[in-house]
Design a protein around this ligand. Structure first.
Ligand code: ATP
Ligand code: MG
Length: 647
């Protein structure tokens, strides 16, 4: 039995999208995408309005994806200039520093516009223009947003690299993108610890294949000691100061590249996902307004780093295109303690809060105390993204964080999709904990079996998309073949997401995890997310990851890695109890064959569990771990390998 969380009446009464709106517009958006998206496109400011709308085919012979192909616009104009007349003094950004006693700052639309223009002028003077690639390797500070928008203003293509990545990862992205310029800072600060950003860039630029970079701009952030190498390295403030605070924006075709962003690397070597200007911006803005039910006076906080796609679409482009106030947080949610996010919410009267299940579980692990000592009265909507959220964490988020009054939007999407594809529209229909619910306007999900046959009604299998949407990625940078082979070869004429899903009797979608993670036990498909949710339901379990391994009798067996709540001990008795707990919750088929204690789990820098590595550990193939460069802490893997040997 699943519990249903109805839309609160007062929320529904003011909702941007009601149930009636959806029932009326969704069918039209599928039947006649040209009419629907042609109309929605009117919410952007175009230099030349598009007359061509959707042009796409996923077939090998005639493969192409184009949206608004004769339209012209500039993304920075849409995020800034357009608001100056009506919102010039409104805060575009609220900056909350890592140090809780540090000063928070507000940046108005007018000021942000001027700062973007100054940097854009400086970049042009440094020889950067339309189509050139620029690496942005910055902490979560205002300059990160300024850098992205300044690139957009002059038509340069930004590639943001998460500030937690090493010299190697930076070098790899420079090599792949052929970037000419890097924007970085002396150091970053996260959770009180300094991150040597400039040193990492120096090390990256010593590695082979990186000499496309002629200039490094350095933001003075902490004032820490660094090497400045002449003439390559330039202080950001020195090149920006004295620049005019207006800058003629580049006219961009809707299909001109806006950015390249590398995926998290959960399933292998990161892919350089290329997004273009018109379709991406429109899709980010429209989903942001509908899914987050955005109102003029909202204070909106998405905790994602700009190094991830969530930071691109829902810290920067979506909110700013909508004229919203977007909070930029330099720190981490659990430092100095687990009440930090809620203190920030209270301080800035945040109304909409969007984060990842991994953060929710980390906060939940510390109990409800740190939450309950804050008010959180300003909150009216909560969101999650990044992984399936287990119902237990969903309920805690809803009840403890949101005081039971805020709808929760569980948003399913990918770097590749540019924006949210399946999610509740919070004023339109009731939520079910753990379900991303229904498709957004213009999105046609499908569920196929292993042979690629489309399944009707209630079904479980592989999640595909049957047609294009404006925010879809256009290619893997420099590798059209990899693009086609990765997403369109498995099921002809369809985009394959790599995720598994179930559709229930109400037409709600439940993401069961990555398809490689679905375990086939004696011919029965068991979603890893389901077993993990059962384990996390146990009060002593903080986090769990489940993978399959080859099993002589069953085909695949279930190997569970379990992290306990702080203060609990790993005993034989608890081990038996947990195995029995899964068995009674899901059924004998789902009984873990192996349950291994995991003091910590291997995660990507964006906090996702890397199951492909756990799979290799479970298979006993430590020599085949593959690309581990995106791991947050490689030491975790060693510990688990040792744990497996001692089991
Ligand atoms: P790579 O593609 O390099 O392996 P990645 O898939 O982790 O990395 P992202 O694009 O950041 O890179 O993540 C998208 C994936 O995250 C989705 O395909 C899905 O597996 C998971 N995901 C995102 N949001 C949700 C959600 N709300 N529910 C379930 N899964 C989600
Ligand atoms: Mg992926």
């Amino acid at each position: 039995m699943t519990d249903l969380y109805p839309v609160p009446a007062d929320f529904a009464a003011r909702a941007n999208v009601t149930a009636a709106d959806y029932e009326r517009d969704y069918p039209e958006s599928i039947r006649n995408p040209d009419a629907f998206w042609g109309r929605i496109a009117g919410r952007l400011e175009w230099m030349k309005a598009p007359t061509r709308i959707r042009e796409a085919s996923f077939d090998r012979e005639d493969f192409h994806i184009r949206w608004f192909a004769d339209g012209e616009l500039n993304a920075s104009v849409n995020c800034l200039d357009r608001h100056l007349a009506t919102r010039g003094n409104k805060a575009a950004l609220v900056f909350e520093p890592d140090d809780p006693s540090g000063e928070a700052t507000h940046v108005s639309y007018r000021e942000l516009h001027a700062r973007v223009c100054r940097l854009a002028n400086a970049l042009r003077n440094l020889g950067i223009g339309k189509g050139d690639r620029v690496i942005v390797y910055l902490p979560m500070i205002v300059e990160a947003v300024v850098a992205m928008l300044a690139c957009a203003r002059i038509g340069a293509v930004h590639t943001v690299v998460f500030g937690g990545f090493s010299a190697n990862s930076i070098a790899e992205r420079i090599r792949d993108s052929g970037a000419k310029l890097v924007i970085t800072a002396d150091e970053g600060v996260r959770g009180g610890r300094r991150v040597p950003l400039k040193d990492n860039v120096d090390a990256a630029l010593k590695l082979p294949g990186t000499n496309s970079v002629a200039t490094v701009l350095v933001v003075r952030h902490t004032g820490g000691a660094i090497d400045m190498q002449q003439p390559r390295d330039r202080w950001y403030h020195a090149v920006v100061d004295g620049q005019p605070d207006t800058c003629e924006p580049e006219r961009m075709n809707a299909e001109d590249p806006l950015f390249i962003l590398y995926t998290s690397g959960s399933t292998g070597k990161p892919k350089g996902v290329l997004h273009t200007t018109g379709g991406y911006l429109l899709y980010a803005a429209y989903t942001h307004e509908c899914v987050f039910d955005l109102k003029e006076d909202d204070v909106y906080w998405c905790t994602a780093d700009v190094g991830w796609v969530t930071g691109h679409s829902y810290v920067v482009y979506g909110p700013l295109a909508n004229g919203a106030t977007s909070l930029v947080f330099e720190g981490i949610p659990t430092w100095p303690d687990a009440s930090r996010p809620w203190q920030v919410v209270d301080r800035h009267q945040v109304t909409i809060f969007y984060t990842a299940p991994t953060a929710i579980r980390a906060l939940m692990r510390e109990g409800s105390g740190p939450v309950e000592k804050t008010s959180r009265k300003s909150l009216r909507l909560l969101g999650t993204v990044g992984e399936p959220i287990n119902p237990e964490a969903w309920r805690w988020y809803h009840e403890v964080v949101g005081g039971g009054r805020c709808p929760v939007v569980d948003t399913w999407w990918q770097t590749e999709t540019g924006g949210i594809l399946v999610s509740p529209l919070p004023g339109a229909w009731p939520a079910k904990p753990g379900s991303a619910t229904r498709p957004f306007f213009g999105v046609q999900p499908g569920i196929v079996d292993a042979e690629g046959k489309l399944l009707e009604g209630e079904a479980e299998g592989n999640l595909v998309l049957l047609d294009s949407w404006p925010g879809q990625m256009r290619t893997v940078y420099g590798d059209d073949k990899r693009f086609f082979d990765t997403y369109f070869a498995a099921y002809p004429g369809m985009y394959f997401t790599g995720d598994g899903a179930r559709r229930d009797a109400d037409g709600y979608y439940w993401i069961t995890g990555r398809v490689d993670d679905v375990i086939n036990v004696s011919g029965h498909r068991i979603g890893t997310a389901e077993v993990e949710s059962a384990l996390v339901l146990h009060p002593k379990v903080a986090e769990a990851a489940v993978v399959g391994f080859p099993h002589e009798v069953k085909g695949q067996g279930i190997h569970a890695f379990v992290t306990l709540v702080a203060g609990e001990t790993e005993t034989e008795e608890l081990h038996r109890e947990l195995v029995a707990h899964v068995r009674s919750h899901i059924g004998p088929l789902a009984t873990p064959d192996i349950l291994q204690w995991a003091p910590a789990l291997p995660k990507t820098r964006s906090g996702k569990i890397m199951r492909r590595i756990l799979r290799k550990i479970a298979e006993g193939a430590p020599d085949q771990l593959g690309d581990t460069s995106t791991l947050a802490d490689p030491g975790v893997v060693e510990g688990l390998l040792a744990g497996r040997r001692n089991r």
